[in-house]
Write a protein that binds this ligand. Structure first.
Ligand SMILES: [Zn+2]
Length: 285
């Protein structure tokens, strides 16, 4: 056998074992019931999210310099998590307001780091709308979409080692640090697929309504974002969260399924609370 063929054979063999290990690393998601291919443990996802937190903040103008507004974002986010099945996930959720005044967007990193830009916050009109945005992002975390994405990218075993090292030793090895940096880049620039968006909408509706918010507020958010198109190009939220056809209709269907007799009156929008806390703090921005 000549050397080229030998190398090819060896390459195929490794590719084969890579595929086998990808196909066998399947776990059932306790909240969605979905069987998923992920390599990271939840603890490793948390470590990765904490590593990426700084990167996201730098990319979007840092944290918005108003502690009370930060506290309000976190309070609404925690309200959604603590009063819904999301609380059983064990992820340590943190919600941050980013100072970027132009990019209309929200993000989630694996493990529970969630962000909304002040540009998006400024377009919202009620606490339920804010809860809807955050609940949708919580859906990406619970759905483990970042970890699935990384598993598909075949960052594989070396990533697990790198994150494992990062959780026990801040410095890590040089090679591990490089792999980890690559993984952070991946999750920071992550664009979700259509299925991920639908699942996050579904989970978002569920979490926010369990937490006492009117889920139709999420439909309002989609309409607000759609109206925010400038010169035909959609706001970042819609482009990094691709618009699965008829998203508003799908949300309407989801809500009708959950509440065949209409949304219960005790589910709230809280526009006054939102106006009182948020609006004055964004003026003169
Ligand atoms: Zn999304």
């Amino acid at each position: 056998m000549n050397q080229g063929l030998f190398r090819l054979g060896l390459g195929l063999l490794f590719a084969f074992f890579g595929l086998i290990s990808y196909l066998t690393s399947t776990v059932e998601n306790p909240i969605t019931g979905e069987k998923q291919r992920v390599k990271l443990t939840p603890r490793e996802e948390v470590a990765l999210g904490l590593q990426g937190r700084q990167r996201i903040a730098q990319q979007f103008g840092g944290l918005y310099p108003d502690n009370q507004l930060q506290a309000y974002i976190d309070q609404v986010g925690q309200q959604v998590v603590q009063n819904s099945v999301a609380s059983t996930s064990g992820y340590p959720f943190e919600f941050h307001l980013l100072a970027d005044p132009k990019t209309v967007n929200a993000f989630a990193l694996p493990g529970g780091q969630i962000f909304i830009t002040v540009a998006l916050l400024g377009r919202l009109n009620s606490e339920a709308q804010l809860a809807g945005v955050l609940a949708h992002e919580v859906g990406h975390v619970i759905g483990r979409h970042g970890a699935e994405h990384l598993a598909k990218q075949q960052l594989g075993g070396s990533l697990v080692t790198a994150v494992g090292v990062a959780t026990t030793d801040e410095q890590g090895g040089g090679r591990q640090a490089a792999v980890l940096a690559q993984a952070v880049n991946q999750v920071v620039s992550l664009r979700y697929g259509r299925e991920d968006e639908l699942e996050s909408d579904r989970l978002g509706v569920r979490f926010m309504s369990e937490a006492g918010y009117d889920p139709t507020a999420l439909i309002e958010v989609m309409k607000i974002l759609d109206a925010a198109r400038t010169g035909g190009s959609p706001p970042e939220f819609l482009s990094s969260h691709p618009n699965p056809g008829n998203r508003v209709e799908r949300l309407q269907d989801l809500i009708a399924q959950q509440y065949p007799n209409g949304v219960p009156a005790n589910l709230q929008d809280r526009p006054e609370e939102f106006a009182r806390i948020v609006k004055p703090r964004l003026q003169g921005r």
